[in-house]
Write a protein that binds this ligand. Structure first.
Ligand code: SF4
Length: 69
């Protein structure tokens, strides 16, 4: 599954990093790094991370192409 994090929205709250550390990583205080191609075994964690993100910065699957329009 593809994901996109809207880094203009992300406030580095790091909820996603706690919920899916294999996919999201914080460098320093506010630089979020992530894997745009989520392996199948991480999808549930990434869905939880997206739901937990206080600013809804994580876009999943179909939302990614919708956002690119
Ligand atoms: S939970 Fe949302 S705001 Fe926090 S670091 Fe992750 S993407 Fe950014």
């Amino acid at each position: 599954m593809r994901i996109v994090v809207d880094l203009t929205r992300c406030q580095a709250y790091a909820q996603c990093v706690f919920l899916a550390p294999a996919v999201f990583e914080l460098h320093g205080e506010e630089a979020l790094l992530y894997r745009p191609d989520v392996p199948d075994e991480q999808i549930d964690r990434v869905r939880q991370a997206a739901a937990a993100c206080p600013v809804q910065a994580i876009l999943l699957g179909a939302e990614v192409s919708a956002d690119a329009r």
